[in-house]
Design a protein around this ligand. Structure first.
Ligand SMILES: [Zn+2]
Length: 141
């Protein structure tokens, strides 16, 4: 077995499971539900390979990844009807290409401002609620 980088997206270990739940594999990535749901429907699209920057991808992979991002955003929009979806790719401390898809609701949390990566007052739905959120997104993919 090849040695994977010490990366939660590559190893899919407890660090990953503490933060997010699998929704579905997409063309070039995996779509996850982010457990912290201050922004209802918040997800992460993680590229399948251990690369850091968008410019490290050849055009077909870049196109496939951005298509996955757009597809996931469209599903979130259809499932939860946010007013806007914010896109965040930071990765300062985790060099694996992934994008946060954060639905924003007019008058709601962080509306008109950047979303908080991990709000102080975390909103953590229970297992049944997470299952329902995942089903709602899967139905619109
Ligand atoms: Zn990785």
């Amino acid at each position: 077995m090849s040695e994977l980088p010490d990366c939660l997206y590559c190893r899919k270990d407890q660090r990953l499971h503490d933060l997010m739940l699998e929704i579905a594999p997409l063309g070039a990535s995996m779509l996850y539900l982010f457990k912290e749901q201050s922004h209802r429907g918040r997800c992460v699209v993680a590229y399948r390979g251990h690369v850091n920057e968008l410019f490290e991808l050849a055009d077909p992979e870049l196109t496939a990844f951005m298509r996955d991002v757009a597809r996931a955003a469209q599903a979130i929009k259809a499932a939860f009807k946010p007013n806007k979806i914010n896109y965040g790719a930071y990765s300062d401390k985790l060099p694996h290409l992934h994008m946060h898809l954060v639905p924003k609701y007019e008058g709601g949390v962080n509306w008109g401002a950047p979303f908080e990566m991990m709000p102080a007052n975390r909103k953590l739905p229970n297992e049944a609620e997470c299952t329902a959120l995942i089903a709602a997104i899967r139905a619109k993919l």
